[in-house]
Each structure stands twice: as C-alpha cells, then as structure tokens.
Design a protein around this ligand. Structure first.
Ligand SMILES: Nc1nc2c(ncn2[C@@H]2O[C@H](COP(=O)(O)OP(=O)(O)OP(=O)(O)O)[C@@H](O)[C@H]2O)c(=O)[nH]1
Ligand SMILES: [Mg+2]
Length: 330
C-alpha cells in the first residue's frame, strides 16, 4: 500500500472548501488545531517475553520496537515510541529478578501518575499482555492489583485492557494450533476460553474489576519460520473502543499496520474491522464537529475526508461493506 495520507491535512482542506458560515468554519478549524496537538498515550506492560514489543510491531506501522530473541529482557525500563500523535510506552518486562522488578514496577507507577501540563493523567490506556503459555495467572493479577490499579486513577475498567498473547503456543502439543487455517483447534479454543474466564474471575474477586480479557497471537517472523497474527483485529477493536472518542482519530492517522495479513484471521465472533472503522469514524466526527451546529451537513463537509478514511481504513482493514454512505449514515 502507498504511504498512508495525513488525515489532518485532508480534514483541513475539507473544512476550508466547505460552504459554511465563517463562525462554524472557524470553530471546526479550531477543533482541528486542538486535535493536532493532542496525544494518545498507551502503556504496554507485562512479564518479560510476553510479547509486548511484538504486539506493538504487529499492530502499528513500522518495526519500531526491538523484539527480543533471547531470554534476556530487551526493553529496559520504559521506552517511548512516537508515531505521529500516538505515543507507545513499552515497559520493561517484569520477571527480571527481584531488584529489577522493583525498579520496573516503580517506573510503571511513576509513569502512570504523570500528568500533562493541563493536569490530565498522561497515560490514557494500559495494555497488560500475558504470555498464553504461562500457567501462573497470579503474577499478572498481582501486577494489575498492586502496581497498576493504585496508580491509574479513575475508571480502571475503562482504562486497563488485558490480553493473552501467544495463543498459538498456549497449549502444549502438536494439536494446539490449526496452522493450515491459522486458528486454535477446538480443544485449544476451549482451553483459551477457560483461561480467559478464570482470569476474569480472579480480577473480579481480587479487586472488583470487570475487565473482559481477550486472547490473540502477535505472531513472529524469524527468517525461517513465520506465525501470522490472529485476533489482532479483536485487540485493535478493544483498544479503539477504550480510546477516548476525541483521540480516536490519532489511531486512524498513519499509525496502523498496513500489512493485510495482520488483520485477516480472527475468531469471527463479530466483524471486528467493520466495528473498528465505525468507532474511528464516529470519533473523528465527534472531535471535529464538537460544538458546531452543522447537523446533517456533516457528511457533505467531510465527504472527501470520509472517502479517504474509507480508502485508508478500508485498504488496511479490508473493504468496507455497504459503502461509505453507511459510515456516514446518509
Ligand atoms: N509463537 C509466538 N511467539 C511470539 C508471539 N509473540 C511474541 N513471540 C515471541 O516471543 C518472544 C518475546 O517477544 P517480545 O516481543 O520480545 O517480548 P517482550 O514482552 O517485549 O519482552 P521484554 O522486552 O523482554 O520484556 C520473541 O521470540 C517473539 O518472537 C506469538 O504470538 N506467538
Ligand atoms: Mg520488549
């Protein structure tokens, strides 16, 4: 796919070309300018080797994060990767010895408490990644309860996302994964669903969190072998749904992986990519439109941006079913 276009430029052009009254036009431009300086901050935490860096690489548009190939932790403390207005905080994996773990936990807590100059918490979302092959769910639950929860502020259920990675190797044995169709075998699917359920229960019992974890495969490619992602589209939808509406455009604007194979295979329990497009579009309209009374003109004003988003997200996440008009609800 060609270089993804800059949505901010397109939005600006649309607003300038639209025949609106000058007040509305100014308001839309002001909203857009606010958006241009807004950041979405996502922190990724989890045990060393769980696949934090691999997940970042699979979801987003470049090989930004160094992926470990040995058992020594590759990410020391917290590294920030900036992709336009998106900042990903890749934290060092816990499970790196008692002293280091204490330091890593302290760094995570500090980052979670950090505030922007407007007094808002810097970190919008925390994504907790768990290695699917681990039997020990106690450690991630403790990480959430003791490190994240005390520092995250309000709405923890909205701001903590939990995902079990490496679903392809979660169960031992040859029959754990259907490699031909890139999906779990029926037995494995039951095993993974049970794991999700027990994690969910433990989080509720220990701290009344009502988080629904998902499982997925970030995948890997080591030159010789390749494992394609699975349920990455489900993970993206989880992220998009929990991203504040006014910041969703940031995810749509030149950050997502353009590899089709990343968004292809999932459990098909819903059309995740369609849902993602819907939430992104809704967020974009909401943030630009905010406070402006342009009512039914909205589809008209942003028609060209809409087409671009359709092409961009459609090209990345698969063709839009029902056409652009269904997105605009025209
Ligand atoms: N089979 C399989 N391997 C994976 C998957 N995701 C990651 N891996 C492998 O797991 C290993 C660790 O991945 P990383 O992404 O470096 O893990 P990390 O959580 O960033 O680790 P630290 O930076 O050390 O904390 C690498 O060898 C990856 O290739 C997956 O979904 N399936
Ligand atoms: Mg890493």
């Amino acid at each position: 796919m060609n270089k993804p276009p800059n949505l901010f430029l397109q939005l600006e052009e649309d607003i300038n070309l639209a025949s609106l009254n000058p007040n509305t036009q100014n308001l839309l431009l002001r909203n857009l300018n606010t958006l241009k300086t807004t950041q979405l901050n996502i922190m990724i935490v989890g045990a060393t080797g769980a696949g934090k860096s691999s997940t970042i690489n699979a979801l987003f548009n470049m090989d930004i994060a160094t992926v470990g190939t040995s058992s020594s932790p590759e990410t020391s403390n917290i590294t920030a990767y900036t992709l336009h207005n998106l900042v990903l905080w890749d934290s060092a994996g816990l499970g790196d010895g008692y002293t280091n773990d204490k330091q890593h936990a302290k760094a995570i807590k500090q980052k979670l408490k950090e505030r922007t100059k407007d007094g808002e918490l810097l970190i919008d979302l925390v994504l907790v990644i768990i290695d699917g092959s681990t039997r020990d769910l106690g450690t991630p639950v403790t990480l959430i309860n003791n490190v994240i929860l005390p520092s995250i502020g309000d709405n923890p259920n909205e701001r903590i996302l939990v995902a079990i990675n490496q679903a392809d190797v979660a169960q031992k044995g040859r029959d754990a994964w259907d490699y031909d169709n890139n999906r779990p075998t029926p037995a494995s699917a039951v095993f993974l669903d049970n794991k999700i359920e027990s994690l969910k229960q433990r989080l509720f019992e220990s701290s009344k969190l009502t988080i629904s974890p998902i499982y997925y495969v970030a995948g890997f490619h080591d030159g010789e072998h390749q494992q394609l992602p699975y349920n990455l589209s489900k993970l993206l939808l989880l992220i998009v749904e929990h991203t504040p509406k006014n910041k969703r455009v940031i995810l749509a604007n030149r950050t997502l992986s353009t590899k089709k194979s990343a968004w292809q295979d999932d459990d098909e329990r819903c059309d995740y990519n369609q849902q993602t497009r819907h939430h992104l579009w809704e967020g974009i309209m909401d943030s630009i439109h905010h406070g402006a009374d342009i009512g039914s003109d909205i589809g008209f004003v942003f028609g060209r941006t809409g087409e671009l988003i359709g092409a961009l997200i459609g090209g990345t996440l698969g063709a839009i079913s029902g056409g652009l008009r269904s997105l605009f609800r025209l």
